[in-house]
Design a protein around this ligand. Structure first.
Ligand code: DAK
Length: 269
């Protein structure tokens, strides 16, 4: 099925994702149902393009990245990887070029995980800002069963999320973790019931999209910095961004609205 969207004056067609936009929220659904949304190069290219569009489009304030009820994504496409040799993947820089775009996006992206998030699927979810899980979600890094290891940051990001012991357990046994264990372990921020899952996620996205986009982007930047630097440097970075927000109209509006007991009307200025 080819879905056609009008974007920035040009028609673009996607075969592997579905894009919906409403009230400033863009929902991108991975859409390879016959392969449990296995992530092939074409799908990642389409996703990359849509993240670029989202970042440019000022009317869009939050992205939800999701899959189907059965699978967020069951990993990188094993059928695409199977014939490749070391020389192939090294020379073509196999899928490295289009995989980290989600992590580098400056605007918020929520991973809404229902069903399987395995291998590259779990890695993709971890590249988002946070993960909301349906109660039927299952996470895992089963690459060890294929004679390989995580390849899109799983060994690093999963360890930061859930600690060394659990990360070793997951990566060395290839077992799956259910939504409750994922929430207990810090991989997932909240678990919602399966029935109303996407509506609940939408409410979270709406709460984010109501805020000042400047404060949102700066907050995202400072939380991410905590992964990359020492505590004292991170706090210095936070302080600089915090001070800079006092130059915004949104700071004036937010604080005035509190004092005047009304809802803030942020203008992203
Ligand atoms: N790739 C390709 N096809 C897949 C797939 C995958 N990862 N997972 C499932 N499928 C396909 C199945 O082959 C099957 O297709 P047909 O046989 O019908 O043609 C269809 O989806 C339905 O799957 P099943 O029949 O197996 O469904 P079940 O409900 O019985 O089992 C399952 C669901 C999720 C437990 C099972 O499908 C499964 O174990 N899937 C593989 C999970 C896995 O091993 N994932 C890790 C893949 S390796 C990198 C970036 C990323 C990566 C590496 C490098 N760089 C940036 C360098 C990532 C690597 C990986 O993710």
């Amino acid at each position: 099925m080819v879905i056609v969207f009008k974007k920035l004056g040009a028609y673009m067609s996607y075969e592997n994702i579905i894009v919906e936009k409403s009230d400033g929220i863009i929902t991108v659904s991975l859409n390879r149902p016959d392969a449990l949304n296995a992530l092939n190069d074409q799908l990642m290219d389409e996703l990359l393009l849509e993240v670029d569009n989202y970042e440019k489009d000022e009317s869009l304030r939050c992205m939800i990245l999701t899959g189907s009820e059965k699978a967020f994504a069951a990993g990188a496409d094993i059928k695409q990887m199977q014939p490749k040799t070391y020389m192939d993947v090294y020379k073509e820089d196999f899928i490295t070029r289009n995989w980290e775009r989600v992590a580098s996006c400056r605007k918020p992206i929520i991973a809404a995980v229902s069903g399987y998030a395995l291998g590259g699927g779990c890695e993709l979810a971890m590249m988002c800002d946070f993960i909301l899980a349906s109660e039927n979600a299952k996470f895992g890094q089963p690459e060890i069963n294929l004679g390989v290891s995580p390849g899109a940051g799983g060994s690093q990001r999963l360890t930061r999320f859930i600690g060394k012991s659990k990360s070793m357990d997951m990566c060395l046994t290839g077992r799956m973790m259910d939504a409750d264990e994922a929430e207990r372990s810090g991989l997932v921020s909240r678990v919602f019931s399966s029935e109303n899952f996407l509506n609940d996620v939408m409410e979270v996205a709406k709460a984010i999209s109501d805020k000042s986009m400047i404060a949102t982007m700066m907050t995202k930047e400072m939380v991410n910095r905590s992964y990359e630097t020492t505590l004292s440097e991170g706090i210095r970075f936070e302080r600089r961004l915090f001070h800079s927000m006092f130059a915004t109209e949104d700071k004036k509006e937010g604080m005035s609205a509190f004092i005047e007991k009304r809802k803030a009307d942020f203008k992203d200025k």
